[in-house]
Design a protein around this ligand. Structure first.
Ligand SMILES: C=Cc1c2[nH]c(c1C)Cc1[nH]c(c(CCC(=O)O)c1C)Cc1[nH]c(c(C)c1CCC(=O)O)Cc1[nH]c(c(C)c1C=C)C2
Length: 525
């Protein structure tokens, strides 16, 4: 059989995996990406809309990327550089209102989150007053770590050390903005690991334990020193080649593209299509994964076609992976991981600067759930005004649903778009006082779009690692939002790490026995 590798899933993880493979493999090795729908990019989706003679964009999923010097941020910037998308980048400067002002909707008002010590001088807003109290509580309260469980919910953990208000007013809001899920179900061990470890291993609470945890993690990360030095060198070479772009990105807090974030996934798809050894198959869901007669991996497609290869990189969501294998051979991560559904309501007003405050937007904490059907609102035009191209309009996005989707709107599969549109407009009226009629309202429902890292996640992830090892004779790896974090840069860096550091591309004929989860799991040992 001719050498080949299959990538399952055409979201940002699948596309970037195929990209890094195409860069590293000789043209004699076929790279086949299989996507079940007709859209490449997954939840990364920008629609073009028009109203009142104006054209504008509507982001349906992730919308901004963070700039900065972290490995993840650099990896995405390198991708932007590789794809020659620099001229299409639009940024929010580090000094912009969007970078500095993030709000929490609390007691019927927008409370600005503290962005530095200056906030202590100007006074803390009501939602944040619990924070200094919580810190004092952790510093003075005796150790109360439960000894009978290897994990606990973020709500239990924060309430136990910092007080319930810190979760009800603040942490629950932040987690809505990332996971669209309730901190009563999310895992403290998976999502607040340094804090969780400080509490477990220290004698005097979380804050006093953090220094030791930082020291431990520096010692642990020392094994990656060579890799990081090489990566930094690669970035500094790019800097010298194109200082304008990299200097501009140093000034940016976050960025996207003039025509929206789908520019990134489209850019990947266009460039991938130019490789003679890369095939992007769309509209063909995989239905089964099995070992073929010659020990190769076989993926059966909905139309009956069988795709054979020496290795499969599986980037599908957990509930889709589960359907490919026999039920009897499943595992708890595949069976039990809930995914949050989010209704994204893009609302446009025919006037500029309509929000009562400037900033990135606001999040709704549990404490305000009774007075809000929304999880939060993003001020898109304020964050990236360049995307409006000078048009007299304001774009906002109201996020609804999450853990309360069914309770508030019924099943995501059949929820009424009209009810969601009305809820979004009413949210903006009551939270921001926007009484004028929007020129455009459009809702899209991201059904099961964000994996929830629920209590016990790390143990289930370890079981998933063992399970993947046993599948397809060691010829499958997994990468994606359900393992190393759901943010776009996390998906991209894990795809790059898998291709650059873990798979042995020069020995594809042998089982790789690389699950893709090794490094992620070792971070929790
Ligand atoms: C469709 C809604 C989404 C919600 N969370 C995510 C999506 C796609 C995923 C997500 N959002 C954020 C992160 C962290 C990224 C990081 O840079 O650290 C992740 C994984 C942060 C975030 N939340 C919102 C925005 C605009 C951002 C910046 C990154 C991005 O553009 O995705 C707003 C927001 N997202 C959700 C809600 C309920 C919400 C409320 C205002 C859910």
């Amino acid at each position: 059989m001719a050498a080949a590798i299959t990538v399952l899933g055409g979201g940002i993880t699948g596309l970037s995996t195929a990209w890094y493979l195409a860069q590293r493999l000789p043209s004699t090795v076929a790279v086949r990406l299989i996507e079940g729908t007709s859209h490449l990019g997954g939840w990364m989706r920008t629609d073009k809309r028009q109203a009142n003679g104006m054209q504008f964009i509507a982001e349906r999923g992730p919308r901004t990327l963070r700039s900065g010097s972290s490995r993840e941020a650099s990896a995405v910037l390198e991708l932007v550089d590789d794809l020659n998308l620099q001229s299409q980048v639009v940024t929010a400067s580090k000094f912009s209102a969007a970078a500095r002002n993030r709000y929490i909707y609390y007691n019927g008002e927008l409370n600005c989150m503290p962005s530095g010590l200056g906030s202590l001088v100007t006074g803390l807003p009501p939602a944040v007053k619990c924070l200094p109290r919580g810190i004092w509580q952790d510093l003075t309260k005796a150790k109360n770590t439960p000894t009978d469980a290897s994990d606990e919910s973020i709500h239990e953990f924060i309430s136990r050390r910092f007080g319930k208000d810190v979760d009800d007013n603040l942490a629950s809001a932040v987690m809505h903005g990332i996971y669209a899920a309730d901190t009563k179900t999310l895992s403290a061990r998976a999502l607040l690991y340094p804090f969780w470890l400080a509490d477990r291993t220290g004698k005097h609470g979380v804050i006093r334990g953090l220094r030791r945890v930082a020291k431990l993690s520096r010692a642990r990360n020392a094994r990656f020193a060579v890799r990081e030095a090489e990566e930094q060198l690669a970035v500094s070479r790019r800097r010298s080649a194109n200082p304008e772009f990299w200097d501009a990105m140093d000034e940016a807090s976050m960025y996207s593209f003039r025509d929206g974030i789908q520019t990134l996934s489209d850019g990947l798809a266009v460039r991938l299509r130019s490789y003679s050894n890369v095939e992007l198959v769309t509209g063909q869901p995989a239905t089964e994964a099995r070992i073929g007669p010659t020990d190769c991996a076989e993926i059966v497609l909905a139309d009956g076609r069988v795709v054979r290869s020496q290795h499969v990189v599986n980037t599908l969501p957990l509930h889709c992976i589960r359907k490919l294998f026999e039920k009897s051979s499943s595992n708890a991560l595949l069976d039990e991981t809930p995914y949050a559904s989010v209704a994204v309501a893009n609302v446009v007003y025919g006037k500029k600067d309509i929000t009562p405050v400037d900033g990135f937007g606001y999040l709704v904490p549990r404490a305000s759930a009774a007075s809000s059907k929304a999880l939060g609102t993003v001020f898109d035009s304020c964050t990236l005004p360049a995307q409006d191209g000078g048009a007299e309009l304001s774009r906002l996005t109201v996020m609804l649903g999450g853990a309360r989707f069914n309770e508030l709107f019924g099943s995501p599969a059949s929820a009424s778009k009209k009810a969601l549109e009305d809820a979004a407009v009413e949210t903006l009226r009551s939270h921001l006082g926007l009484r004028s009629t929007p020129i455009d309202v459009d809702v899209s429902i991201g059904e099961q779009c964000i994996p929830s890292y629920t209590v016990g996640y790390i143990d289930r992830l370890k079981a998933m690692h063992r399970w993947v090892h046993g599948q397809l004779g060691g010829r499958m790896s997994v990468v994606g939002a359900a393992y190393g974090g759901p943010a776009v840069p996390q998906c991209i860096i894990h795809a790059r790490d898998l291709v650059h550091h873990h798979l042995r591309l020069d020995a594809l004929d042998k089982p790789q026995n690389v699950t893709g989860l090794e490094e992620i799991i070792s971070g929790f040992d």
